[in-house]
Design a binder for this molecule. Structure first.
Ligand SMILES: CC(C)(COP(=O)(O)OP(=O)(O)OC[C@H]1O[C@@H](n2cnc3c(N)ncnc32)[C@H](O)[C@@H]1OP(=O)(O)O)[C@@H](O)C(=O)NCCC(=O)NCCS
Length: 185
């Protein structure tokens, strides 16, 4: 059951600002778009290994084996996390992703810790708390922090922090309600 919204809750602007403060911008080293120079940002062998593990994991039906394989890339994954089929995580900077225990990532969800743009590469850590539920086909952008017990509804764009025990959804997300502590969805 949903409770009324807490009027003291951080505003969208504050939550978005916090995320921006965690992002580091690297200028494109040449005249072309920054992705043209990706091998200058991360060693290609590392990206190839990450891609092989992370892409193969999309089709891995064993949630626990999946977690163990993700950890090989440097990603920090807590106990009992469950990634649905076709979930995808950042292949360039998986080591910047930290996930607590007992989380669910829905089918075809995506966690990004980088964004190549025309004139810059933006990189930011993603931190997800314990018992968080990410619905199917959500995209989580670099620099985002999601608090314990939060729920992100299906098909959402997470472009700002999500306070603990909060239900958010939409493109981009907005607060839809509160998930009472102790209640799990
Ligand atoms: C988050 C979720 C669990 C909420 O389900 P629920 O508790 O039944 O709640 P509802 O669907 O009634 O949604 C609650 C309210 O939020 C609104 N809402 C839900 N998702 C929304 C979205 N993405 N954008 C805007 N509003 C949304 C609903 O319209 C509803 O509004 P109302 O109370 O004014 O009618 C469900 O919407 C969802 O996204 N489930 C995804 C599960 C999933 O993907 N799991 C992983 C499987 S692999």
């Amino acid at each position: 059951m949903r409770k009324p919204l807490n009027r003291n809750m951080d505003t969208d602007v504050q939550l978005e600002k916090r995320r921006q403060e965690r992002i580091i911008s690297h200028p494109s080293p040449g005249p072309r778009n920054s992705l043209q120079y990706w091998t200058r940002f991360v060693h290609p062998l590392r990206v190839i290994c990450n891609f092989a593990i992370i892409y193969a994991n999309r089709f891995n039906p064993s949630v626990n084996l999946k977690n163990a394989l993700y950890r090989l890339t440097g990603m920090k994954v807590g106990k009992h996390c469950s990634f649905g089929l076709c979930a995808m995580v950042d292949i360039f900077y998986p080591q910047l992703i930290t996930i607590g225990e007992d989380c669910i990532f829905g089918y075809d969800s995506l966690i990004l810790a980088h964004g190549y743009l025309q004139r810059e590469l933006r990189v930011g850590p993603v931190v997800i708390g314990n018992r968080v539920t990410i619905g199917t086909k959500c995209t989580i952008l670099p620099g985002v922090v999601i608090g314990d017990g939060a729920v992100v509804s299906a098909m959402s764009l997470v472009n700002k922090d999500v306070p603990p025990h909060t239900l958010v959804g939409g493109v981009p997300i907005r607060v839809l309600g509160v998930v009472p502590e102790g209640e799990r969805r």
